[in-house]
Design a binder for this molecule. Structure first.
Ligand SMILES: C[S@@+](CC[C@H](N)C(=O)[O-])C[C@H]1O[C@@H](n2cnc3c(N)ncnc32)[C@H](O)[C@@H]1O
Length: 309
């Protein structure tokens, strides 16, 4: 409390410290699970920012949505093996997106639907999350559409989909399918990578085809820079979800990505939208160098991270 008796608003640094602490709190269990599957998706520390954001939103989402719908489903389109290895933090093992959404929310999802095209990753997921519906499939194939349509059109069901490709692997048609169902999406848009591919000179016909499938239009050809490409993508999402909130995550390594939260207006959505708007402010306000310090401490000793530094 401050002297006026009101609760002090937390600063962006404090917000991030708390998020990173959540990940660190789970890292011991993550290391134990790794001994069982020996599979972890290797990534750099900037990638854990999206996990910190997912952990935060998944908890708020189930608390709000489960008051309005009979069931809340989580769909992970690029699930990975369940665990991540952070190569620049002493190979620290942390929960990946499917384990985060299983363990973190205080109100649980009714079902986790996990798509992963690599056999050994899908096998690891089955081991770690025996109750989840794991499919070893290309998410852009017919099985994804058939399965999600059957599950999500059965009664009062709302979904949160996490779309976390490495680059251009998500086809627009696959997103379009989800937009026609009742639920929200969090899409990781790799701005630097997308523009590198789209603005490159002398593209092969396979590269052009991939971009075409990613954008679902050839309008990307007229985009002259990174911002124009991003705006095109965002506008296309807005055609399907009037509440589309891009959150810019500036990595300490000079590039950035967007977590685009696309919300379908339904009962309960206003509280959910307010929560997204409020946290967007915190996520975007932090300086990359401060965030780097906070992340580095994730791999430190067992002492608690000091809040507000
Ligand atoms: C960036 S990783 C996802 C990491 C995961 N979300 C996490 O938090 O640990 C992308 C994953 O998608 C998988 N993948 C790539 N293309 C795919 C596709 N077309 N269908 C299904 N999975 C795919 C890759 O094998 C990889 O495991």
């Amino acid at each position: 409390m401050n002297p006026s008796g009101r609760r002090r608003k937390i600063t962006p640094s404090e917000w991030w410290v708390r998020r990173i602490e959540t990940l660190r709190g789970q890292s011991q269990e993550a290391s134990q699970l790794f001994q069982k599957t020996k599979e972890a998706y290797s990534c750099k520390s900037w990638a854990i920012l999206k996990l910190a954001i997912l952990a935060y939103y998944a908890d708020i989402y189930t608390a709000i949505i489960k008051a309005h719908f009979d069931k809340a489903y989580y769909i992970d389109l690029f699930a990975g093996p369940g665990l991540d290895r952070i190569s620049d933090l002493n190979n620290l093992i942390v929960f990946g997106s499917p384990l985060i959404t299983d363990r973190v929310p205080r109100k649980k999802f009714d079902e986790l639907i996990l798509f992963e095209k690599k056999e050994k990753y899908a096998e690891a997921l089955r081991h770690l999350l025996p109750n989840a519906k794991v499919r070893k499939e290309d998410v852009n194939g017919p099985e994804f559409k058939a399965m999600t349509k059957a599950r999500l059109e059965a009664g009062s069901v709302h979904f949160l989909a996490f779309v976390d490709p490495e680059g251009l692997e998500i086809e627009w048609e696959t997103l379009q399918h989800l937009f026609n169902l009742t639920g929200d999406l969090i899409i990781n848009y790799q701005s630097t990578g997308v523009s590198r591919s789209a603005l490159k000179e002398n593209k092969t016909s396979a590269e052009i085809e991939t971009l075409q499938r990613f954008f679902g239009t050839d309008e990307w050809k007229a985009c002259e820079n990174e911002d124009a490409l991003f705006e095109l993508y965002l506008e296309k999402i807005r055609e399907h979800r009037e509440v589309t909130i891009p959150i810019k995550v500036k990595s300490p390594y000079r590039f950035y990505y967007y977590m685009i939260v696309a919300v379908r207006k339904t009962s309960g959505s206003q509280r959910w939208v307010s929560a997204i708007e409020e946290t967007k402010e915190k996520i975007e306000a932090i300086k990359p160098e401060d965030l780097e310090n906070i992340i580095r401490r994730l791999s430190g000793g067992q002492e608690k991270l000091a809040v507000g530094t």
